[in-house]
Design a protein around this ligand. Structure first.
Ligand SMILES: CC(C)(COP(=O)(O)OP(=O)(O)OC[C@H]1O[C@@H](n2cnc3c(N)ncnc32)[C@H](O)[C@@H]1OP(=O)(O)O)[C@@H](O)C(=O)NCCC(=O)NCCS
Length: 277
C-alpha cells in the first residue's frame, strides 16, 4: 500500500474509486514503466464506469470486434444497470479482504483474471437479459479464450464474488451464485448430463468452493457451507456444513445456531440422512 493511501486508510475505508485512483497515482510515480498503463486505464477517467469499460475493452478487443465497439457496449451496460458497478466494487473489496496475496485494488483491477472474467460475464449477462444472445456468446467466448474461465451468459451471480486464480472455472446456464461466494480455480458448476431444463447448481450466500470442486446437478449448497478442494458434490449441502471427497460426504456440520453457547456435541442425524452416512 502506498504511503498516501495508508495515511488516508487510517481514517476509515475509502470509496473504491478514490482508493483505486490514489493507488494508480502512487504506481505511476514509483514505476514509470507502468505510468502509461495506469494513466490510460484509470487516471484518464472520471469514474469507475469509464475506467472499467476501458479496461474490459482493452482486454477483449480483437480483429473480429474492436475495442471501441466493446467499450460502447460496456458503457451501455453500466448506464442501463448501475448495479453492475456496485457489484464490481463489491468484487474488488472481496479480493482485498479474502486474498492474502492482494496488496490493493489496482492489482486485481489490472491483472487478476478472476476479477476481469467476472466483469466480462456481468456485461455478457446484461446482453443476455436484453436478448442480444449472439453478442453475449461473443463475450463468453472471449472470456474463455483470454482468462480460461467459461461462464454461460445466462448464469446469475450476486455481488462480492471472489474467483481466486480462476483458471478452469466452468459455470453452466441455469447456475445461480449468491452474494459473497468465493471459488478457487478448477471449480465446475455443471449438469450431470441426465437432466434437462433447470439443471445446474444453486450456490447460496457466503459459500466457499475449494480448488477443483465439482458441483453437479440442480443441487443447493446452503449458506456459508464449504466444499473441500477436489470434491464431487451430487447432493444438497445444508447451510454451514462442509462436504468433502468423491463422492462428497458431510465432514463437518453445525449442530445448532450457537454450539459454543449450548455446548451441543451431538450430530444431527437429519442433516446427514441425505448422505446415507
Ligand atoms: C474443506 C476445507 C474448507 C476445510 O473445512 P473444515 O470444515 O474446516 O474441515 P476440516 O479441516 O475440519 O476437515 C474435516 C475433515 O475433512 C477432511 N478434508 C478436508 N479437506 C478435504 C479434502 N479436500 N478432501 C477430502 N477430505 C478433506 C479432513 O481431513 C477432515 O477429516 P477427518 O475428520 O477424518 O480428520 C479445506 O480443507 C479446503 O478444502 N479448502 C479449500 C482450499 C483450497 O482450495 N486451496 C487451494 C489454494 S490455491
Amino acid at each position: 500500500m502506498g504511503r498516501q493511501l495508508e495515511i488516508i486508510a487510517q481514517e476509515g475505508p475509502l470509496p473504491v474509486w478514490t482508493a483505486l485512483r490514489i493507488e494508480a497515482q502512487d504506481t505511476a510515480n514509483a514505476e514509470p514503466g507502468l505510468a502509461s498503463l495506469v494513466n490510460a486505464t484509470i487516471l484518464a477517467h472520471h469514474d469507475l464506469a469509464g475506467s472499467l469499460s476501458y479496461q474490459v475493452a482493452r482486454k477483449l478487443g480483437d480483429q473480429e470486434m474492436r475495442a471501441m465497439s466493446i467499450r460502447e457496449m460496456a458503457d451501455q451496460a453500466y448506464a442501463s444497470d448501475p448495479t453492475l458497478l456496485t457489484k464490481a466494487e463489491a468484487d474488488l473489496r472481496a479480493v482485498m479482504e479474502r486474498d492474502p496475496a492482494c496488496k490493493g485494488y489496482l492489482q486485481p483491477f489490472l491483472f487478476f483474471k478472476g476479477f476481469q472474467a467476472l466483469q466480462t460475464h456481468r456485461i455478457a449477462h446484461w446482453l443476455w437479459t436484453e436478448e442480444r444472445y449472439t453478442l453475449a456468446f461473443h463475450f463468453q467466448s472471449r472470456m474463455s479464450e483470454l482468462f480460461q474461465v467459461d461462464i454461460h451468459p445466462a448464469a446469475e451471480f450476486g455481488a462480492g464474488i471472489f474467483m481466486d486464480h480462476a483458471t478452469g472455472i466452468v459455470v453452466g446456464e441455469t447456475a445461480k451464485v449468491g452474494d459473497d461466494v468465493s471459488m478457487l480455480h478448477g471449480v465446475t458448476l455443471g449438469g450431470t448430463g441426465a437432466e434437462r431444463g433447470d439443471r445446474h447448481p444453486k450456490i447460496m450466500k457466503g459459500v466457499l468452493l475449494g480448488a477443483g470442486a465439482k458441483v453437479l446437478g440442480n443441487v443447493t449448497i446452503g449458506e456459508y457451507a464449504k466444499v473441500a478442494s477436489g470434491s464431487v458434490v451430487l447432493k444438497n449441502v445444508p447451510p454451514g456444513c462442509t462436504a468433502a471427497g468423491v463422492p462428497a460426504r458431510l465432514v463437518n456440520c453445525p449442530t445448532c445456531e450457537e454450539p459454543a453457547r449450548t455446548m451441543d456435541h451431538t450430530l444431527p442425524r437429519e442433516v446427514y440422512e441425505d448422505y446415507s452416512i
